[in-house]
Design a protein around this ligand. Structure first.
Ligand code: S3P
Length: 173
């Protein structure tokens, strides 16, 4: 089983993904970590020194490598991964890939990302909570088109981690 968690930054892909992989007893992988391993620098450094287009090309390439080379995993991809090149169409075309959209409200994303935005190159420049909220609202509107092409949609706001994982498992089998 190849499970790919899709969703905006701060939607809980990594924490839900780790717990889900533990429960299913299959490996967990994180796209940003894979990129950092291959590039030898942080995601922020890749954006700063090589630019966003380079980053988007690399994430599309790594996504395809992981999906075609590995048998079973839970993979948390970046918030932008499904929205560039043919990433979403590629995943949709693979029968053994289950894409799961972790759908999170604007207010939850804003409060989660407020303390973490400095780690995210696309958000680091936003000064106030209002700026952040406004940015996410517009960005999410554009990206929802891709996220909603996922095979399964799961709400992930204030639910306990175990509950979210249980709801995913019940839709998988
Ligand atoms: C991005 C999301 C980040 C990371 C990069 C760009 C995006 O991953 O890939 O900062 O475009 O939404 P997370 O969704 O894991 O934060």
């Amino acid at each position: 089983m190849k499970i790919v968690l899709v969703g905006y930054m701060g939607s809980g892909k990594s924490s839900v993904g780790k717990k889900l992989a533990e429960k299913l007893k299959i490996p967990f992988m994180d796209m940003d970590t894979e990129i950092e391993k291959q590039q030898g620098i942080s995601v922020s450094e890749v954006f700063r020194t090589k630019g966003e287009i380079y980053f988007r090309t690399i994430e599309n390439k790594i996504l395809k490598e992981l999906i075609s080379q590995l048998e079973k995993f839970v993979l948390a991809i970046g918030g932008g991964t499904p929205c560039y090149a043919d990433s979403m169409a590629y995943m949709a075309s693979k029968e053994d890939v289950k894409t799961i959209y972790l759908k999170t409200s604007l207010s939850t994303l804003t409060s989660r990302l407020l303390n973490e935005k400095d780690k995210r190159p696309l958000l680091a420049h936003l000064k106030t909570e209002e700026d952040l909220n406004d940015f996410i609202r517009k960005h999410l509107f554009e990206r929802a088109y891709y996220y909603n092409q996922s095979k399964i949609v799961i709400e992930n706001n204030s639910e306990a981690l175990d509950d979210t994982v249980e709801r995913i498992v019940s839709k998988l089998f």
